[in-house]
Design a binder for this molecule. Structure first.
Ligand SMILES: [Zn+2]
Length: 456
């Protein structure tokens, strides 16, 4: 039996198993014994492992953090990594987010594409590889994670318990054709304390909501004498508003929001505010700090003035997003999210960036680094997956690099492959998430073909 037919044999059972799992609202909840991510996530894992057992596979439950099943023999193992946890349903659904209804050839519900559909498909793909009788030289493991959406502690636990690392593999938790590059991501928090002198005093400054979102609004309130306040409130700058408030004046900046991985698509309101403040009659340490931020960051999105500009042909420029600022008359802190190109490393930008802030009197309060992922286009993994993709869909394509991070970063030797096809509507993390039955089946066939290609 050829592999695609072997998948079709399981079509109805696969749809039913997916519907059952979708009815479990596996959003992270309070930890319980054996259920580190909550009872519902554990139920979803139990259901998926029971499905694997019904298909004839031995399963392992890694203390409720992850589960896996495996087929085949051999020294080496290749893996497909999916996850069963979902983000909360949120508002705006026109169907029951946990109803798993089939309407117009589509299965509707939270997790259909992200990532229960592909995860359940991987179980049936593994069964199809076995049923086909095709010879393989490596073991194939389906890993089912339970904490992708809120930190990937599941994979950390698996690895800490000595969980085997695949020689290669993929996670169907991104898009087709293949994402072979993911920029390194650094989240840095800096703070600065200051004594204020001079006629204008900062009372409060605030902007942005999260490091990975381009802020669309920022504002600062100042104290000063009335005559000066009146003058300041008459200032003008594009996309800025100055106004009188009791005891002083207020400056507001407006920007355009965008995802922090693509800051060039937005306009940074905090940067705009700070550039405007740099022209006010501030004095002393605060003036120096504002001047530094206006000069080194401003509204720039590539780190050039901060001295960390990097670029490569695979993934483009370093991107930088100044996500938040929060402060009062004595201190402020800011969060910056920047992402370096895939052929570089932390050492090429992190130390220089931190040193520039240190010299300007800032303190680095926290720094979290997620290393880049890069598997070259001519590697066996990428060329095998591209071949499978083209054979199964008839589409050509090229591997691509992104600024975001996928589940592939959680384990070495993996990259993101599927489940979203070019031109598909993106519904993950949004209301009315769905997967068409056609796409579910095609994904299962692609996963099966890729499993075989990597394990043969
Ligand atoms: Zn996901």
């Amino acid at each position: 039996m050829n592999l695609n037919d072997a998948v079709l044999f399981h079509k109805d059972a696969m749809i039913e198993a997916l519907q059952q799992n979708l009815r479990i609202p596996s959003v992270q909840g309070p930890a319980e014994s054996g259920a580190p991510y909550g009872a519902d996530v554990r139920r979803s894992l139990d259901h998926a492992l029971a499905t694997a057992e019904r298909l004839g596979f031995k399963t392992t439950n890694v203390d409720g953090h992850m589960g896996w099943c495996e087929y085949g023999e051999g020294e080496e193992m290749v893996a497909v990594l999916g996850h069963l946890d979902v983000v909360p349903a949120g508002d705006g659904w026109t169907v029951d987010p946990y109803g798993a209804e089939i309407i117009d050839g589509k299965i509707w519900g939270r997790g259909t594409t992200d990532d229960k559909g592909p995860s359940i498909a991987a179980l049936y793909a593994l069964a199809a590889v076995r049923d086909s009788g095709l010879p393989i030289k490596r073991r194939i493991r389906v890993l089912l994670g339970c904490n992708e959406e809120t930190g990937s502690a599941d994979v950390k636990y698996y690895l800490a318990q000595g969980g085997e690392i695949p020689v290669m593999g993929f996670t169907p938790d991104g898009e087709y054709p293949v994402i072979n590059g993911e920029k390194g991501i650094i989240n840095a928090t800096f703070s600065k304390s200051y004594k204020q002198t001079g006629p204008v005093k900062l009372v409060q400054i605030q902007g942005g909501s999260a490091p990975n979102v381009v802020p669309s609004y920022a504002c600062a309130r100042f104290e000063c004498d009335e005559e000066l306040a009146v003058r300041m409130s008459q200032l003008y700058a594009p996309s800025m508003k100055f106004s009188l408030i009791p005891g002083g004046f207020k400056a507001e900046a407006f920007g355009v929001s965008a995802h922090g991985s693509t800051p060039g698509l937005g306009e940074n309101a905090i940067g705009r505010l700070v550039i405007a403040l740099d022209n006010l009659p501030l004095e002393g340490e605060l003036a120096d700090a504002i001047h530094f931020l206006a000069q080194k960051l401003g509204m720039e999105t590539d780190g050039a003035s901060a001295g960390i500009y990097l670029h490569d042909d695979v993934s483009g420029e370093l991107s930088l997003n100044w996500g938040t600022i929060e402060g009062n008359g004595e201190t402020f802190s800011l969060k910056i999210n920047y992402r370096y190109p895939v052929t570089y490393s932390y050492e090429d930008c992190g130390p220089a960036f931190n040193e520039a802030f240190r010299q300007a009197g800032f303190t680095l309060d926290s720094e979290v680094h997620k290393a880049k992922l890069y598997i070259p286009a001519d590697s066996q993994l990428v060329s095998s997956l591209m071949k499978v993709y083209t054979e199964q869909t008839g589409l050509e394509g090229s591997p691509k690099s992104i600024g975001g991070g996928t589940y592939a970063k959680a384990i070495s030797n993996l990259l993101a492959f599927g489940p979203i096809f070019p031109g598909d509507e993106i519904r993950e993390h949004k209301p009315d998430e769905y997967i068409s039955i056609e796409s579910l089946v095609k994904n299962a066939q692609i996963i099966a073909a890729a499993m075989y290609e990597l394990a043969k």
